[in-house]
Design a protein around this ligand. Sequence first.
Ligand SMILES: CC(C)(COP(=O)(O)OP(=O)(O)OC[C@H]1O[C@@H](n2cnc3c(N)ncnc32)[C@H](O)[C@@H]1OP(=O)(O)O)[C@@H](O)C(=O)NCCC(=O)NCCS
Length: 139
Amino acid sequence: MRFGNGVQTKEQAQEWIHARIESYEKHGFGAYIIVEQSTNEVIGYCGLFYVPDVNGKHEVAIGYRLARSRWGSGYASEATQAVKDYAFNHLNLSRLIATIDPENSASIRVAEKLGMTHESNVMFEGYTHPDYVFALNKQ
Ligand SMILES: CC(C)(COP(=O)(O)OP(=O)(O)OC[C@H]1O[C@@H](n2cnc3c(N)ncnc32)[C@H](O)[C@@H]1OP(=O)(O)O)[C@@H](O)C(=O)NCCC(=O)NCCS
């Protein structure tokens, strides 16, 4: 809530889910649900997002979000590693980015653990301050 778009209505949430489903059709990738093996509960998502304009370039971003009750258990690190491997080795993407609020220390740490580095900043429309652009190029 703090670093995202705030509380969403049911319609906005449905629109978001619809856009994620469309992403599979348009780009061949999207967001993946994270299921906790011990409880079989859906605890968040991690996946790939096509971003049409990051400082004039189109990019594929890795995004992640977990239920608060599951923070700090290593799930984001595990999920981002799996999505990165899938993106580079199965989808044959050559680069991933993550756009992160400079104050979102947890997310920055997740990106760093994935091997990403702070490459530039981006000012998205409607935002009050720039986000960091973390990036990782396939070796
Ligand atoms: C960001 C988020 C996905 C991290 O998930 P998580 O499963 O708790 O992350 P992990 O347990 O894998 O921890 C990853 C690293 O971040 C560190 N970390 C976790 N919370 C932290 C915090 N608040 N401040 C600093 N570091 C933090 C962990 O210690 C770990 O580093 P380490 O292995 O060196 O100790 C989770 O906090 C979240 O869902 N936040 C809200 C949504 C969001 O901000 N998404 C990202 C938008 S860009």
